[in-house]
Design a protein around this ligand. Structure first.
Ligand SMILES: [Fe+2]
Length: 223
């Protein structure tokens, strides 16, 4: 079974002064809708902060972040310096059940960055978990996964809202990990059997949901 339901949002790190230009592109060219505009997510933070603009496309969202440097360089500035303008900082995947998926991550030796957070983000109410970086770059510079659970009913919305634990926002979680020099990666593949082989190729999930669309056993790949 697939534990991931869909891509929830993709977050791009923009170079200084570029968030307006990329917002123009996603809004005017791609047809998104600006649903959140925060020009300073952490105004009390003397070290640094970031801008966060959220653009909704209905089935998924795009978040644009741009660093605000104060006593220190923002983690977003460091990320864009390392990877370039409008680079993917993280992809957030919607899970069918975040608590169960977190157990699964632990079982497979995959490391979260901190505790899960329940809150309202630019796209609505959610429960979210940020993970440690995929690579050994610093916590500010590495790309990472976010796993979320969006409520799909009023009952689930109440459960998410009232399961709220005290949690630090993602900006502070990355800031603390950077300060600690945290370089533990998301996974060392310790749970992967040494004799693991990729399985035989199967039909995509969409084919089993829409069997009438399947016209032959061999999928045709167009070049
Ligand atoms: Fe995110």
């Amino acid at each position: 079974m697939s534990w991931l339901v869909r891509v929830d949002h993709i977050t791009y790190a923009c170079e200084k002064g570029m968030i307006e230009k990329w917002a123009w592109y996603h809004l005017e060219v791609e047809g998104g809708r600006l649903v959140t505009r925060i020009d300073d997510v952490d105004p009390e933070n003397p070290k640094s902060s970031m801008k966060l603009w959220c653009i909704d496309f209905g089935a998924f969202g795009i978040a644009l972040v741009e660093g605000i440097d104060r006593a220190e360089k923002s983690q977003v500035t460091l990320f864009a310096d390392c990877h370039g303008d409008h680079s993917v900082q993280h992809v957030a995947y919607d899970t069918s059940d975040l608590d169960k998926f977190m157990d699964r991550l632990q079982q497979y030796g995959c490391n979260p960055l901190g505790e899960p957070i329940s809150k309202k983000d630019g796209f609505g109410i959610l429960k979210q978990l940020f993970c440690k970086g995929y690579s050994q770059l610093s916590a500010s510079e590495t790309q990472f996964a976010e796993y979320v659970q969006r409520p799909r009913s009023i009952q689930e919305e109440l459960e998410v809202t009232f399961s709220q634990k005290a949690g630090k926002g993602f900006y502070r979680q990355v800031e603390e990990a950077t300060a600690k020099g945290e370089i533990t990666t998301f996974t060392t593949f310790s749970a992967m059997p040494s004799d693991w082989l990729p399985p035989a190729v199967e039909l995509p999930f969409s084919a089993s949901r829409n069997p009438e669309r399947v016209t032959s056993e061999e999928p045709t790949i167009s070049q």
